[in-house]
Design a binder for this molecule. Structure first.
Ligand code: HPA
Length: 235
């Protein structure tokens, strides 16, 4: 079994599937199962949980307790550089966590998990192969995007994004680093795919953040669903 953790706009991964409830020591997790794939909507199906309130530990514990050793996270992001443009998706190679959440599975133990390469290159290769196999229009646009995590739920200021841009960050979001850290700490192979739904604050002189319309979001997430379900069904 493989796990896919989805976020904003990934409802079509699990629409019409029966909702399950997984109880962990950290709380309850909502999940949907299709064959050999378990989907976890990190904001819950009704999109009621904001990024800073997500029960990340319960999510990753649920995956671990199901005996799953490999997971993919899907993230809506804002574009800072042109590496993943609005309406496109790509794979992440690194993150910088500026959220200040300090999340860890090891609150009461001195464990220092290696995080040099937070995402699995092997899994990224498999995603690229699955994209070739299923035929894609939108992506993956790259396999080396750098993600910066903010705490949210507010969006960034133009000055914050300008700093991010100077530091070489490609995309900004509010959830990926928290999940990647816990997955690595729990020894779960993890890859992250990001799809852009907006230009980040102030990029290209935007006065206010404009999000993609639902149809454009669905086009790209439908493609990702095909690629990831194909991959997850393989082993
Ligand atoms: N900033 C932070 N998180 C996001 C954004 C953004 O512009 N777009 C989607 N998630």
């Amino acid at each position: 079994m493989k796990a896919i953790i989805g976020g904003t706009g990934t409802g079509l991964f699990y629409q019409n599937l029966e909702r399950r409830s997984i109880i962990t020591g950290f709380g309850e997790v909502e999940a949907f199962v299709l064959g050999d794939v378990v989907f976890i909507p990190r904001h819950r199906a009704e999109h009621t949980v904001p990024p800073h309130k997500i029960n990340y530990k319960a999510e990753i514990t649920a995956i671990k307790e199901l005996g799953i050793t490999s997971a993919i996270g899907i993230y809506a992001v804002g574009s800072i550089t042109g590496k993943i443009k609005p309406g496109r998706w790509g794979l992440l190679s690194q993150f910088v966590d500026l959220s200040g959440r300090g999340i860890t599975m090891f609150d009461n133990k001195a464990v220092h998990t290696d995080m040099t390469h937070p995402f699995s290159l092997e899994l990224n290769e498999k995603i690229i192969a699955s994209a070739k196999e299923t035929g894609t229009i939108y992506g993956p646009a790259c396999s080396d995007a750098v993600y910066v995590q903010t705490n949210g739920p507010r969006l960034e200021t133009a000055a914050e994004v300008e700093v991010f841009s100077r530091l070489g960050f490609d995309v900004v979001g509010m959830t990926c680093a928290s999940e990647a850290v816990l997955a690595r700490e729990m020894d779960i192979e993890f890859a992250a795919a990001a799809y852009s739904i907006n230009l980040a604050a102030g990029v290209q002189g935007t006065e206010e953040t404009q999000f993609l319309d639902d149809a454009s979001c669905s086009a790209v997430t439908a493609e990702m669903a095909k690629v990831f379900i194909n991959l997850a069904g393989k082993s």
